[in-house]
Design a protein around this ligand. Structure first.
Ligand code: SAM
Length: 229
């Protein structure tokens, strides 16, 4: 039976890859990547010489994308083993891999084994080092930019669960301003650049964290995971 491996890769520090991930990437017939240039860095580091192909990230009705899906299905039908990786972290968690995994599971109700090879994920890394309650949490992925955004902040304000979401550096100040507006008494932790040189977890009230970022503009850069409780 063909195997389709979902392989987690580092979210920054190249050392954060499991032995099983390396073995798996070395064993498959083809590695499907969000961006082949990004994945090449990790393949080179671990001397993994396998063919790669980018996978469609969005509109599956586009001709080029449909062709790639057909190719992936064909390889699996031939019994080839494939690995899916994203640019960073666990494929399928708030990244385009989710759509492809869904397509494969829908197309092959049997005949393909979908196997997770777990490892880093920004959401789990952030929660684990936050010191905030994690026995229950809600992961929101990326917040919507416009429609539904205000409703979501109101939901965050009312929730008794820890809420966690991904945020871009372009929107981090806006998001903190919304947290100041909708849930001023909550605690927020921004986990920035996890596993990288400028890794930092900053916790405080929304107003305190906003003030901190405003005073230190260099800390507005990088990748953010935000936890609110
Ligand atoms: N699938 C990935 C995972 O499992 O972590 C997440 C992919 S999502 C497209 C990328 C977002 O994750 C970034 O925009 C950022 O919000 C968050 N992220 C990724 N790497 C991070 C890091 N090193 N530190 C903090 N947040 C990170």
């Amino acid at each position: 039976m063909a195997k389709f491996y979902i392989v987690a890769t580092p979210i920054g520090n190249m050392g954060d890859i499991t032995l099983r991930a390396i073995e798996t990437l070395k064993s498959v017939d083809l590695i499907l990547c969000e961006d082949t240039r990004e994945t090449k860095k990790i393949l080179d580091k671990y001397n993994i010489n396998k063919p790669t192909m980018s996978y469609p990230s969005d509109d599956y009705s586009r001709a080029g994308h449909a062709k790639k899906i057909d190719k992936i299905f064909e390889l699996l039908e031939q019994g080839k083993n494939l690995a899916l990786v994203s640019d960073a972290g666990t494929p399928g968690i708030s990244d385009p891999g989710a759509m492809l995994i869904n397509k494969i599971k829908t197309h092959f109700s049997h005949g393909v084994d979908v196997i997770p090879i777990p490892g880093p994920s920004a959401v789990i890394a952030a929660l684990s080092a936050s010191g905030l309650p994690t026995h229950e949490f809600t992961f929101l992925g990326f917040l919507p930019h416009k429609k539904g955004r205000e409703t979501l902040f109101k939901e965050i304000a009312e929730s008794e669960r820890t809420m966690v979401f991904y945020e871009s550096p372009h929107r981090i100040l806006k998001t903190l301003e919304s947290l100041v507006k909708f849930c001023p008494t909550k605690k927020v932790c921004i986990a920035r650049e996890l596993t990288k040189i400028y890794e930092e977890l900053k916790t405080g009230s929304p107003a305190e964290v906003l003030e901190y970022l405003n005073k230190n503009p260099e800390k507005q850069r990088g990748e953010f995971t935000v936890i609110v409780t």
